[in-house]
Design a protein around this ligand. Structure first.
Ligand code: FES
Length: 259
């Protein structure tokens, strides 16, 4: 049996807070928001089997699944948050790593949406996140200047003869694209570029948090990379007793006057 070890995606901290005009006020401390930012080189993520250039994730029903009793969980059949929109600049591509996949998030002004591509140019595998948005609003590779539209089609190869064949008809020249949607001011992606998931957003949407779109609430969002898996983070968040001591001096805690 194959075992899947998945790292956590960048931790996305979302705190909906109802405004004072309503009677309820949520004021729980958020331990993560007070942790110092950690800048580490992300460790390479590997499944225990030979995986996973994102463009070649298998659609095999067994691949990429864990087993718990008879229940199986397919890590690659769910929506994942990539980034809060407030962290993204529409003028440049952004490198992100989620589930061990290197992706590039960029604003496609022609389609009016955030696109999420595999962060590798199909030509010589240069990171597309190091490139730029060209004058026509396409994602341009930094290495030889190939340009890709929002569907991943290669629309321009600077070195190709002007009267040569249409470059975008050649499949191997296309970038691998992941389904993506914006919801709750967050960019989400579906971590498979297999064609059967192309329109997955029509059938299934990411989990919706109504408070984030409710104008009677304000919210605060941020993402940070934490160099451990989601299991450790979950355990940490369920252990509030550590907060006054492990975060001593960096978090304001209400005083217990009876002690
Ligand atoms: S590596 Fe991207 S255009 Fe050559």
């Amino acid at each position: 049996m194959r075992v899947l070890k998945a790292p956590s995606p960048p931790y996305l901290s979302i705190i909906p807070i109802q405004s004072p005009k309503t009677p309820f006020h949520l004021s729980l401390p958020n331990p993560i928001s007070n942790l110092p930012l950690i800048h580490t080189k992300p460790t390479k993520f590997k499944l225990s089997s030979t995986i996973t250039p994102s463009s070649t994730i298998s659609s095999d029903p067994i691949e990429g699944k864990t087993e718990k009793g008879s229940e199986k969980f397919d890590w690659y059949s769910h929506w994942y948050p990539v980034s809060p929109v407030c962290d993204l600049d529409k003028r440049v591509p952004h490198a992100k790593r989620v589930l061990g996949l290197d992706v590039v998030v960029w604003w496609d002004r022609n389609e009016g949406k955030w696109q999420v591509f595999d962060d590798r140019c199909p030509h010589r595998l240069a990171p597309l996140s190091e490139g730029r948005i060209d004058q026509k609003g396409r994602l341009q590779c930094v290495y030889h200047g190939w340009c890709f539209n929002g569907s991943g089609d290669c629309k321009f190869i600077p070195q190709a003869p002007i009267n040569g064949p249409e470059v975008h008809t050649f499949k191997k020249a296309c970038a691998a694209i992941y389904p993506s949607v914006e919801q709750n001011k967050i960019v989400w992606f579906w971590p498979s570029s297999e064609p059967q998931f192309k329109d997955i957003a029509i059938k299934e949407t990411p989990p919706y948090i109504p408070e984030l779109d409710d104008p009677s609430y304000t919210s605060s969002m941020g993402a940070r990379e934490i160099p451990y898996g989601y299991e450790v983070l979950t355990e940490n968040l369920m252990d509030p007793a550590h907060v006054p001591y492990a975060h001593y001096g960096i978090m304001q805690m209400p005083k217990d006057k009876s002690r």
